[in-house]
Design a protein around this ligand. Structure first.
Ligand code: SAM
Length: 284
């Protein structure tokens, strides 16, 4: 869950630290994307936690800026006794919720800066969940060792190949295991990332998969975020052996006034901001 131009929290300190000077419209491969996002999430970790930590809680599972909680949605089902890997865990509040709910979570993130907050959260809150620094494309987990996987806006928008991540999850999950993840709803791509009225006018093509890329003065990527259409996600899941069981589009709740970057009550009342793909390893 990040935001770019026009949003209220602008990540000024991360951009300054990384020397971001503008936006490029070009393809970005895996190596450059991983390097950029590792540096970016390290640089933005403190601000992310300061801005969103309270909303996300210490041991709570919030799927999206709309505030949908796993406590209410139960998309992972009964997690008691399950070994669950959380991808792009950030401060790992979801994994601590899983631990409190009787699961055995492993929390994975690319960024040491984000994992530092996860470590603080462990110390502050009680359930100490195992933290692993790794990219979602290469999980240091044994084949078939996990009973479920989840991600709340972690990793998926930032990897060059979503198929590589799905392949890896297929490997570490046992047959029939659930894989549930939330991302920015693909239809948001056509609008400027602006929570206000400017964010209501379509300005870019839904079918342009060129990633959103911020660059430094040398043209090197400092932040990369990928767009996939709904069809792209469905095809990638099917091709890598997952069965799509539901696509949840959380509605903006009455009385919810919190603005998170481009997510706002104004836009949330008109169109979806989050897509949650609820899938299973397909072993029919
Ligand atoms: C928007 S934050 C979400 C964090 C947390 N899940 C939450 O709900 O607040 C995205 C997270 O994905 C992580 N991330 C980015 N690229 C990744 C990758 N290739 N592999 C694993 N994690 C990644 C970032 O470091 C960051 O912690």
């Amino acid at each position: 869950m990040t935001e770019q131009d026009g949003s209220q929290d602008r990540h000024v300190s991360a951009e300054r630290r990384l020397g971001t000077v503008g936006i490029a419209h070009r393809p970005v491969g895996r190596r450059e994307a991983t390097a950029a996002n590792l540096a970016w999430w390290d640089a933005d970790a403190d601000e992310y936690q300061a801005t969103h930590g309270q909303f996300l809680g210490d041991a709570d599972f919030v799927w999206c800026p709309e505030g949908l909680r796993e406590d209410d949605a139960a998309l992972l089902g009964d997690v008691r006794g399950l070994r669950v890997v959380e991808i792009g865990c950030g401060q790992a509040a979801c994994s601590r919720w899983l631990a409190r709910s009787g699961a055995h979570p492993v929390a994975v993130d690319l960024s040491w800066g984000m994992l530092a907050h996860a470590r603080e959260g462990n110390a502050r809150t009680g359930p100490v969940v195992p933290l692993v620094q790794a990219t979602a494309e290469e999980l240091p987990l044994a084949t078939g060792s996990m009973d479920a996987a989840c991600s709340a806006f972690g990793a998926i928008p930032f990897v060059a190949s979503v198929e590589a991540v799905f392949h890896e999850l297929h490997r570490v999950l046992r047959p029939g295991a659930r894989w549930v993840f939330s991302v920015t709803h693909p239809m948001r791509w056509i609008f400027p990332d602006d929570p206000g009225p400017n964010g209501l006018t379509a300005t870019q093509p839904y079918f342009d998969r060129t990633p959103y890329t911020e660059v430094d003065a040398e043209g090197r990527a400092t932040y990369v975020e990928y767009h996939r259409t709904v069809g792209d996600y469905v095809r990638a899941l099917t091709k890598t052996g997952f069965l799509l069981e539901d696509l949840v589009e959380p509605e903006w709740p009455e009385g919810h006034t919190r603005v998170w970057g481009q997510w706002s009550p104004l836009r949330g009342k008109l169109f979806p901001g989050t897509a949650i793909f609820s899938t299973r390893r397909d072993d029919r």
